[in-house]
Design a protein around this ligand. Structure first.
Ligand code: DGY
Length: 427
């Protein structure tokens, strides 16, 4: 039997990956080849890892991302700092007209949560006060953008208008709503992702056609966010995405309070509380978890994915957090490693295909954090143990087959390394 890796060894390997994927001390790419630019939520979660190596570098990661915030408040999901034709769709497809090109959609807003954590860890809070205040203002503007443009009826929860926004690109959650997205008329394209990763681990061509249709549709509307939500045939309210936003609103509010930025604090507490109330509408008693909602029909989507369990990242009612802990136990019992990104009992589950079954360490991290905050440590211990065991047996992969532990997707993955540093902090 292979001997388990010692924490010091794991830390060293994780640090090596962060340094290897560092670009000019300003931002970190997720992995060489497959993802050669700066991705929004990758970067924010990676900043947590940088705190163990270089505090200043951690702040820089977030500052670099927010230097590319749009004037309407949106923070794009990719910043194309340097040309690299190894990735598709590149800047010419997005065509957002910015001096440093960016994509035109966003990603899970985890920055508010990360900022607070960075501040709690910082050696000399006074020294960075101005720096942090600027970031708090920027994140506040991003939150305001969400509620203005992605919740036009003031329901308290926001929609994603492209699966790439959720980060869970090919989740089973989107299958039905995606049927409504046409593919006629899209420009011919050549995928690059399948040159870097096994195509059986990646989204299908049918899904890519629809991803591209949406991009071309939004581009034809000039990336005008006052129009995109209404114009999108794909509008889904994802409990996981909203839990991240709610948690970030709470954390930003608490941080703003400490910094005596009272307006920001009040606004963000109000968004967070309203969001928590509205999240209740996504709870499904028969499924014992939250579900996504198709905003175009108002119906809940019959798909028991990790998105509905990630809701525990927000301070939901204890009774709900307990039910989620039970669901996690139930779906993990069918796997060797927790937590599968989709319920293995569902016939659509696919152990190796991106977000249709594999384990992701960032999700394990956020769920673990939520369970601990709800005093459900017993449930969270297995998540941390499994996460570290996966690294020992299969390396720092993008994601893992929950049944076998096989490494899937890209290798030497930055946010996986950052999460390992986080998991090791108490060991
Ligand atoms: C990709 O290209 O795989 C990304 O998930 C889109 O951001």
């Amino acid at each position: 039997m292979e001997e388990a890796m010692k924490p010091a060894e794991l830390r060293e390997l994780a640090a090596e990956i962060l340094n290897e994927n560092d670009r000019e001390g300003r931002y970190t790419i997720p992995t060489k080849g497959l993802y050669p630019f700066q991705w929004n939520w990758d970067s924010c979660l990676t900043a947590l890892g940088w705190t163990y190596l270089d505090e200043d570098r951690a702040w820089r990661e977030i500052e670099t991302l927010f230097e590319h915030q749009w004037s309407d408040g949106m923070v794009p999901h990719i910043v194309f700092h340097e040309p690299d034709d190894g990735y598709f769709p590149g800047p010419e497809v997005w065509s957002t007209g910015r001096s440093v090109p960016t994509s035109g959609i966003t990603q899970p807003p985890v920055a508010g949560f990360v900022l607070r954590r960075l501040y709690q860890r910082c050696a000399d809070p006074e020294e960075i006060e101005e720096r942090i205040e600027d970031l708090v203002d920027a994140v506040d503007r991003w939150h305001a953008w969400f509620f203005e443009t992605r919740d036009p009826q003031g329901e308290g929860l926001v929609s994603i208008i492209h699966p790439w926004e959720a980060g869970r690109d090919n989740s089973i959650d989107w299958d039905e709503a995606f049927e409504r997205v046409p593919t006629e008329g899209i420009t011919d394209y050549v995928r690059r992702d399948t040159e870097h990763a096994n195509s059986a681990h990646r989204p299908t061509k049918a899904q890519y056609d629809r991803y591209l249709w949406l991009v071309e549709h939004f581009r034809s509307l000039g990336w005008d966010n006052s129009k995109l939500h209404e114009a999108s045939p794909f509008q889904v309210v994802d409990p996981g995405f909203n839990a991240i936003l709610i948690r970030s609103c709470f954390d930003l509010a608490a941080l703003a309070e400490e910094l005596e930025m009272d307006d920001v604090a009040q606004r963000n507490y109000a968004w967070a509380r309203r969001g928590l109330d509205a999240l209740e509408n996504l709870w499904s008693d028969p499924h014992r978890q939250y579900l996504c909602q198709d905003r175009t029909t108002g119906q809940l989507i019959e798909s028991t994915s990790i998105g509905g369990l990630l809701a525990v990242f927000a301070p939901i009612r204890h009774i709900r957090a307990q039910a989620i802990a039970q669901r996690i136990e139930q779906i993990s019992a069918e796997c060797r490693f927790s937590i599968p990104s989709h319920d293995p009992a569902d016939v659509r589950f696919d152990a190796k295909r991106y977000w249709r079954g594999p384990v992701w360490l960032i999700i394990n991290y956020m769920i673990n954090d939520g369970l601990e905050a709800a005093d459900l440590e017993e449930s969270s211990t297995k998540i941390v143990d499994d996460s570290l065991e996966l690294i020992g047996s299969s390396g720092f992969a993008e994601y893992y087959d929950p049944k076998t532990g096989e490494a899937c997707g890209g290798g030497r993955f930055t946010w996986t390394a950052a999460m390992v540093l986080e998991f090791l902090q108490d060991q």
